[in-house]
Design a protein around this ligand. Structure first.
Ligand code: GAL
Length: 999
């Protein structure tokens, strides 16, 4: 490739110029309240959209401009979500030619006008007009006077406006360009959503008001003393009544304090007073350090059970109200999440106040990503071009200055995926100088030249283990290598939560708990960015890339969250909650088990057992907290029926400690059934994030095997013989079979389809996989060999003395691969037993999606009841949260509505399932051994073909899958695939189910 030809310097308009802007006040610390007057400028503004930025005249900024024919637009908001233009989604590619800092002529430009009066008691004097976020570049006028322009979409900007304000009819005019030079720095994987999307406020600044303040509140864990100093201009005083402190600003005091941690978010109410303003503060004392190769807070290693959070709302995009922010945090806390990386930009400032209050570790990231340059080998990357350094410095300054007073923010992150270069180093140097109290994070530089932690994304388990042992591949430069090898490690992104999954969470957690260097990670990501839309018939669905006619887009890669767009938790979040629970409850004595088994446990048929008391091991996995905030309870269940329950006394346990606690003697009433102890840790009292009784952690232990006792009555085991019926049917017990194909047609007179062997599942996003991951992509392999179009050939239908044996070959067209499958049917009273044996033929190149039988049942079956893993879906590597119990659910509720439809809804370790109508009639299946069941009103093929949830229409059948095995899920949509133990390798298999009707 020839080297780029240098271009002659030319005058660029402000929106294409690399500078951060002109006319803004220097950044300062944000605070939620003070006694100085503020006024929100929210509301309906006047709006006009032009297709280009070129040649637009500025007459609209004049106060007397007639905007009568303009549209009304809600501010804050994104105009593309309010009927003007359309949103667009790309992951790493820029949606415009990479020609920095220039932009295409097509540059949607929104002119906004807002007329407002001041309240009658607004005092004249200095005032600031503040924008919390405008994407991507704004030029601002007030009462006809130009104030300046700025870039930096997710960063605050303020203008001095006191001298321009008048009591009535102030006219604010804002021109916003969708694209600007700043867009080159904002290539995050998300929707491009222009607009004035965060608050616009007017701040009265009385003489002597706070210009800026910096709270330094550290904690010495050896002495238990906290040191407070508040720097402020102008000088003033700070009081902390609970500590008896009243200090001059700039003066420090050291006193005994209760420290702040994410587990124990202790905040002291304080007040900062300057001659012109009183500002309430909430002070949290804590010290963050990297020492001994570990990241420590208050002297202790912390473990991040984190998530990456983009700001997103399905209707309002990145324009989030306070309820959505609080909802996110409450959901996180209730799911044992203790950390947030604000990927990939500073959030709304109020979010961090909530993190201080509720207790989360925050890695705050700067609004910087230039990923699209990676596609050209980072040529022209702004991060390594001195001309852009002022813009980069402006961005990090605006973040650090705004948010420096939050105890929750324990690390600054310079940005995401922007290569390396001198701009980044300049940002790091400035930040270290301004705030030496917080370590620096950045993932994109393998040498970690500017960072204090070694951070990676999507490293697989084996590599994380090597890093944990400090045995990773060396860097070429030995000095850099030695430095990096001594750093603590975290996964700033892992476990890609796209669609069904992520799998493999438990295995990561084990690594984090094994290697002290591995300090946890942040699941990618919190929320699916699906935009709420309606079909022509008014049905709601969530749109993704390509749904708005974008010429470049990355499809549903934007939907990869732990919560659905409407913030309903997905099964992935339930799984994460279980995997990262801060208390581990596992048994000893009778054998430990958390999550659900696959039909292990005791067999029915025995009486009550009176074994010696079992014990349960309780481990405190908190980093700081004891267990006094939790109340433990046990229950004893026989086949899901609770026979007894009660409180469990757990002695005080320091963080990291464990103990064995005896369970009570086994209660009576088991009657030979499989029995389990379930032990739960519940909040003992209300907290700021959940009420007393909220379940934090749980574990299950099998009870001792039942002792022999009075036998449970069983149906007589009379073996029926197959016999010829009318209409080409063979009759066997309650079953009627097609004499030619051997397929079951009726069960107790009720028509059904199948069961037949089934190996196909609608590929999940993780089955589809990302092209950049090594190794073959499972869905592609499956389709290549034809697993989605298997043919069934009946070789023979044999009537034995007490069985009907149907021998078949199940194989795809165009291939010599086959699964020789025999169905052996026998009957016992009213029950039909199907034994399936599968012998693979040929060299199979890949694992199977599933192995089981599928049958079509009457659509009037409404309710599922089962004993086994539940209540939610589970797959081999996502089953930690499935607990064994007796569950009941409408058939329609068994499906998980992934934004892009895909395999979902399996239930693990199911001993039996019943599908019933409202009158109680229906079908029951029992497993030998336990199986996975899935029931849905469409076929896997229909699920596979659907692009959106609204493409799926219930048919007249309920399709019931009884699977002997499932392939794992993994997180190959961006990370590693399925771990070997969870692969469904092709091998001979034999399994059985018993079917009978319910009356
Ligand atoms: C990472 C990136 C994220 C997101 C994720 C995949 O590389 O930092 O922004 O794109 O991959 O969903």
């Amino acid at each position: 490739m020839s080297p780029p030809v240098p271009r002659p310097p030319q005058h660029l308009p402000y929106y294409e110029d690399v500078s951060p802007g002109r006319g803004c006040r220097p950044p300062r610390a944000w605070y939620a309240r003070s006694d100085a007057r503020r006024m929100s400028l929210h509301g309906t503004w006047r709006f006009r959209l032009s297709p280009t930025a070129r040649g637009a005249d500025t007459a609209f900024a004049r106060p007397d401009f007639d905007d009568a024919d303009w549209a009304g637009l809600r501010v804050p908001g994104h105009w593309v979500l309010m009927g003007h233009g359309a949103p667009a989604y790309t992951n790493t590619r820029y949606p415009f030619p990479v020609d920095p800092p220039r932009l295409p002529d097509e540059n949607p430009t929104g002119d906004h006008r807002h007329t407002f009066d001041l309240p009658s008691d607004w005092e004249p004097g200095p005032a600031l007009l503040r924008f919390e976020g405008v994407e991507s570049c704004a030029r601002v006028w007030l009462n006809g006077r130009e104030l300046g322009h700025f870039k930096g979409s997710r960063l605050p900007h303020e203008f001095e406006v006191g001298h321009l304000l008048r009591a009535r009819r102030n006219v604010l005019a804002v021109r916003v360009h969708q694209w600007s030079a700043g867009s080159y720095l904002e290539d995050q994987d998300q929707w491009w959503l222009p607009g004035v999307f965060r608050d616009v406020t007017l701040h009265h600044r009385p003489p002597g008001a706070v210009l800026d303040h910096f709270v330094h509140a550290s904690y010495d864990h050896r002495t238990g003393l906290g040191t407070l100093r508040v720097d402020c201009a102008p000088a003033g005083r700070v009081s902390v009544p609970a500590l008896g402190l009243d200090l001059a600003t700039g003066e420090s005091a050291t006193v005994p304090v209760t420290p702040w941690t994410a587990e124990t978010p202790h905040l002291y109410d304080a007040e900062l007073r300057t001659p012109g303003e009183r500002v309430p503060l909430r002070v949290g004392f804590r010290t963050v350090r990297v020492e001994d190769g570990l990241l420590k807070v208050n002297g202790r290693r912390v473990l991040f059970r984190g998530v990456n959070r983009h700001e997103f709302d399905p209707r309002y995009g990145r324009s989030l109200g306070p309820e959505a922010m609080r909802r996110d945090l409450l959901l996180m806390k209730r799911h044992n999440v203790n950390a947030v990386r604000t990927s990939h930009y500073p959030p709304h400032p109020a979010f961090l106040g909530l993190c201080d209050e509720l207790g989360l570790w925050v890695v705050e990231e700067c609004d910087l990503e230039t990923h699209g340059f990676g596609q050209q080998g980072w040529r022209d990357n702004p991060v390594d071009d001195a001309a852009w350094t002022p813009a980069l410095l402006d961005r990090v300054r605006r973040m650090v200055e705004r948010d420096k007073n939050h105890p929750s923010v324990i690390m600054w992150s310079l940005g995401n995926e922007c290569g390396t270069g001198r701009g980044l180093s300049a940002m790091a140097a400035w930040t270290r100088d301004r705030d030496p109290s917080r370590p620096l994070h950045y993932e994109g530089d393998p040498a970690c030249a500017d960072t204090d932690v070694y951070s990676r994304m999507y490293a697989d388990h084996a590599e994380v283990a090597r890093i944990g042992r400090r045995e990773e591949e060396p860097l070429a430069d030995p000095v850099a290598d030695a430095r990096r090898r001594a750093l603590p490690f975290l996964l700033c992104e892992y476990a890609h939560a796209m669609g069904n999954g992520p799998g493999g969470l438990s295995e990561y957690q084990r690594l984090f708990e094994t290697y002290e260097r591995c300090q946890g990670g942040f699941v990618w990501e919190w929320i699916d960015h699906g935009l709420r839309q309606h079909t022509a018939y008014g049905e709601v669905f969530h749109a993704y890339g390509g749904d708005f006619g974008e010429e470049l887009h990355d499809g549903n890669f934007v939907c990869d969250g732990l919560v659905f767009p409407d913030r309903t938790p997905s099964p992935g979040l339930t799984e994460l909650k279980k995997v990262v629970e801060p208390v581990r409850i596992g048994g000893t004595g009778t054998g430990t088990r958390t999550g659900t088994g696959t039909g292990t446990g005791t067999k029915p048929g025995a009486g009550d057992g009176h074994a010696a008391p079992a014990t349960v091991r309780i481990t405190n996995l908190h980093d700081f907290a004891g267990l006094t905030h939790l109340a433990f309870r046990w229950s004893y269940e026989a086949e899901g029926e609770v026979l007894a329950e009660g409180p469990l006394d757990v002695p005080p346990l320091a963080p990291g400690a464990h103990t064995e606690v005896a369970l009570p003697p086994e209660p009576a009433g088991r009657r030979g059934r499989e029995a389990l102890w379930t032990v739960r840790a519940l909040l003992a009292g209300d907290t700021a994030w959940a009420e007393a009784g909220h379940e934090v952690a749980w574990g299950q232990l099998p009870a001792a095997p039942a002792a022999p006792g009075p036998a449970v009555p069983r149906p007589p085991s009379v073996r029926a013989a197959p016999r010829r019926g009318e209409g080409n049917l063979v009759l066997l017990g309650p079953g009627a079979f097609d004499a030619t194909t051997g397929v079951l047609r009726y069960l107790d007179g009720v028509q059904l389809t199948g069961p037949r062997l089934d190996v196909w599942r609608a590929p999940t996003d993780n089955d589809e996989g990302a092209p950049w991951q090594p190794g073959p992509r499972p869905a592609e392999q499956w389709r290549r060999i034809g697993l989605h179009r298997m043919r069934h050939r009946v070789a023979s239908v044999e009537h034995g003395r007490d069985a009907l044996v149907v021998r078949t070959r199940v194989a795809p067209a165009g291939s010599g691969l086959a699964l020789d499958t025999d169905y052996r049917w026998s009957a016992d009273g009213g029950r039909l037993r199907l034994e399936v044996s599968v012998r693979p033929y040929g060299e199979w190149p890949c694992p199977l999606p599933r192995l089981g039988v599928r049958m079509g049942l009457c659509g009037s079956l409404m309710t599922a009841r089962w004993y086994g893993g539940g209540p939610g879906e589970a797959y081999p590597d996502t089953r930690a949260a499935a607990r064994t119990g007796l569950w009941r659910m409408p058939v329609d509720a068994l499906q998980t509505p992934y934004v892009r439809p895909q395999e979902n809804g399996a239930r693990a370790g199911v001993r039996w399932v019943e599908l019933a109508r409202s009158d109680g009639s229906g079908v029951r299946a029992e497993g030998e051994p336990a199986f996975w069941f899935t029931a849905r009103r469409w076929t896997s093929e229909q699920l596979d073909a659907a692009r959106h949830t609204t493409d799926l229409t219930p048919g007249d059948r309920v399709w019931l899958h009884l699977d002997h095995a499932q392939h794992g899920i993994g997180s190959r949509s961006c990370g590693p695939g399925v771990l070997p133990p969870y692969e469904l390798t092709v091998a001979p298999a034999r399994f059985a189910v018993i079917l009978h009707s319910l009356r």
